[in-house]
Design a protein around this ligand. Structure first.
Ligand code: FES
Length: 116
């Protein structure tokens, strides 16, 4: 099992390999979408880009899918609906950034972010 810490929510969830990040977050009641994206998203189809998150370490996930590459999600920036834990050997830190698609330079405010 690996620990996945969602920084904005200030919550850590223990999950097994090949767990999907979107399902883990939503299953734990952790918000994954900003603003209008809460209502307007593709529900995990990989087409809207609004579930974008920053994940460290990036190599603890399965390689980016073609849909992620199409959206420029490589390195630490990933689509949560497409990304799965590659194994349970690495703990992960997941940060949702500001903006409709999570492309901002600062973390989205939340209970786990100091000063929010
Ligand atoms: S939910 Fe739309 S791309 Fe992930």
């Amino acid at each position: 099992m690996a620990n996945v810490t969602f920084v904005n929510a200030g919550k850590t969830v223990r999950v097994g390999p090949l767990s999907n990040l979107r399902r883990v977050a939503l299953g734990a009641g952790i918000p994954l979408y900003n603003g209008l994206a809460k209502a307007i998203n593709c529900r995990g189809a990989g087409t809207c880009g609004t579930c974008r998150v920053k994940v460290e370490p990036a190599d603890a996930l399965t390689p980016p899918t073609p849909l992620e590459k199409l959206r420029g999600c490589t390195g630490p920036m990933r689509l949560a609906c497409q990304a799965q834990l590659a194994s349970d050997r690495h703990d992960l830190v997941v940060t949702k950034m500001e903006g409709f698609s999570g492309k901002g330079t600062r973390p989205q405010p939340g209970p786990g972010i100091q000063g929010s």
